[in-house]
Structures are given as C-alpha cells and as structure tokens.
Design a protein around this ligand. Structure first.
Ligand code: NCD
Ligand code: ZN
Length: 349
C-alpha cells in the first residue's frame, strides 16, 4: 500500500473471488456495482438451470459482458456447477477453455438453487480426478445437508465428514473452502496439507449471529452459511487480517428481491456488491489492520488462482456515508447489506 494516511487509502484494484451475478434483469441491475469495485470476479454457476457445461459458461459470460454498463472494465471468471453427471471430458474442455477457472461443489440442497448439486461425492470421483490432473480448483460450499445436524454446526461437521476424506482421496486437488464462517474452518485451512484457500465475506467479518435478531428478525443479514457466534467472527477477522495468503476476499454478494427476503420463508443471501470494499475496510479498520487489506483483497486470491495481480489502483476516502435503504432490481427492489448503517470509507475511484 503506497498511501495509508488518515484520509486516503490506495490499493491495487481488488477482485471478488466469490460472486453471484444472476441473469436477465437481475444481472443487468447488479453487474455494474461489482465492475465499479473489482477488476475480476469468480462468478457462481447456481443459475436455474445451473451452469453445468463449458458451453453454458461461455454463453453466460457473453450475457454478463453484454450487461456491463458503457465503459466498464470487468472480467468475469467462469465456473461450472459440479453435478453427479459432470464428465471427465467436460473438465478437459473447461481446462482448455481459458474462461472457466473453477468448478463449484454444492452439496444437493445446501443453499439457493443447489438441488442439482452432488448427492454423493463418490459419483463425482472421475471429474475430481480430472480436476486434480488439470489443476482446476474445486470451490466448496462447506456445509452438510443432513437435517439431523444443527444449522450452526453444519460447517464444522462438513470438515470431518467431507473435506478430510476428500483431501485424503485427492491429495493434489486444489480446493477453495468458500465463505468460511467458523473457527474450525479457519483452523482447518491454516493447517491443511496441500493447496487450499478460503474466501471470507464482509458479513461474516462484521456481524455475529446476534445481528440476525437485533431488535427483531433481520432478513437482510441472513445468508448461508448462517452468521455464527462472536468467537467465530473473531477467528475470521484474525484470519483475514493475519496476512496468511490462504485467506482472500470473496463477497458472496447474492442478490434476492426484498420481497423474497422479507417473507415467511425468506431467501438466503446478502447483497454487498455496491459497498464491498468499504465494508471490508470497516472490518479491517476495527481490527487495527488497514495495512493488511490490500494483500487480502488484491493479492492472495490472484496468487491462488495463478492469475496476474492487478496493476491499476483504487482509492478510498475517509468519509462518513449511509448505505442506501433500497436499490432498484429490475421490477423489484433490493435491500443491501448494512442498509441504513454508516460506513467510514468511500470508494472514490
Ligand atoms: C447464495 C445465493 O443466493 O445464490 N446464497 C447465500 O446465502 N450465500 C448461495 C450460496 O452461495 O450459498
Ligand atoms: Zn455464494
């Protein structure tokens, strides 16, 4: 970081290593916000139907580029949705495509649009073997779906039941443990052998689970994996600010129309894209670690994905501003994460 005085923060342009952009009107409503903040993003494949083939991914990539506002520069890095049927040939096509950078594992039923996910990892063994050979990262939604397991324990149980055996069976597989939310996940990533990274969202750095019930039910803070206890939040802050290159920025910005979150059965997902870097800056500043933000936001992820670091820079200014209560979302509205709250930094360019 070449300047970190009281009023200005300059850093290499960050990338978002976990982003939901949706499709159609929703895509058009949100893609500009990410492009204003980030140079690149790993784009999640959980559309309906999922982005399961290279052909799907290339078509989706075109729609993303077409939806960008005039003059925006933004590179979508595509992913495939791992299913019970993902073939070895598809993985090879992905490797040769130069547009597909990873494959996402959603345990079937774990989260939004995940019913096409993997029912039994043994079925995906040929694809995982091919990914290991191709150095293609597997991005993992790390929660078991077993209804017997308490929702707050599903990530920790996933480590023992799925991740440890997966690592044993595919020791050279490159893995990203997405949106880690617990101390157990942080410790696993810190100590695991082999090539592994983890993304951390702004909401899991800023809020603990009490924030879900502060004065009443707060649906716009509800995402999966769900917010955890304060001890876990602190472990995440320590990981994000600790300088370990295994941890990097991934917003998991996941827009849902306000009416579907303010609902008897509300959707999971927080929309943080428009003020993502400002939110991370708030978390890092609270930890007295603003000087560690650039490595987490702009270097570690690019290094893990073996892509060049961005050379252009962004600038944040110290300025108090209030996150809007609502934003347009096609015919709907979107309530962003931290709506109505004050942030202390503002992206100016
Ligand atoms: C995501 C979504 O809405 O697509 N929701 C979420 O709560 N994070 C899905 C996901 O990444 O789990
Ligand atoms: Zn996600």
């Amino acid at each position: 970081m070449n300047a970190n005085d009281a009023t200005t923060l300059r850093l290499a342009r960050p990338d978002d290593w976990h982003l939901h952009l949706r499709d159609g009107d929703a895509l058009r409503a949100v893609v500009g916000a990410s492009a204003a903040q980030f140079a690149r993003a790993i784009v999640m494949p959980n559309l309906r139907p999922p982005v399961a083939t290279v052909e799907d991914a290339l078509a989706y990539r075109k729609r993303i580029l077409a939806a960008l506002p005039e003059g925006a520069r933004f590179t979508p890095l595509m992913t495939l949705y791992l299913t019970d049927r993902t073939s070895v040939d598809e993985i090879r096509r992905a490797r040769d495509s130069e547009c597909v950078h990873a494959v996402k594992l959603y345990p079937a039923g774990a989260t939004t649009n995940s019913d096409a996910g993997v029912t039994d990892l043994r079925r995906a063994a040929p694809a995982l073997d091919a990914m290991q050979a191709a150095a293609m990262p597997l991005l993992v939604h790390g929660e078991v779906t077993d209804p017997q397991v308490d929702v707050f324990d599903r990530e920790a149980v996933f480590i023992d039941r799925v991740l440890v055996p997966l690592r044993r069976d595919f020791p050279a597989l490159r893995i990203v443990f997405e949106h880690v939310t617990t101390r157990e996940a942080v410790q696993y990533v810190e100590h695991a052998e082999g090539d592994i990274g983890a993304t951390i969202t702004p909401q899991h750095l800023l809020y603990d689970r009490n924030a879900l019930f502060a004065g009443g039910l707060r649906p716009h803070r509800y995402c999966l994996p769900v917010l955890k206890r304060e001890t876990h939040r602190r472990a995440l802050v320590a990981a994000a600010t600790g300088g370990n290159p295994r941890f990097f920025l991934g917003t998991d910005s996941a827009p849902h129309a306000a009416r579907l979150k303010e609902h008897a059965c509300g959707c999971a997902g927080c929309y943080s894209a428009p003020h993502a870097i400002e939110s991370y800056a708030a978390a890092f500043e609270a930890a007295g670690a603003l000087d560690r933000l650039e490595a987490f936001a702009s270097f570690h992820g690019a290094d893990f994905y073996r892509l060049p670091r961005n050379v252009d820079r962004i600038e944040l200014r110290r300025q108090r501003w209030t996150v809007p209560d609502a934003l347009p979302f096609g015919a709907d509205t979107l309530v962003p994460l931290a709506a109505g709250e004050t942030l202390g930094w503002k992206l100016v360019r």
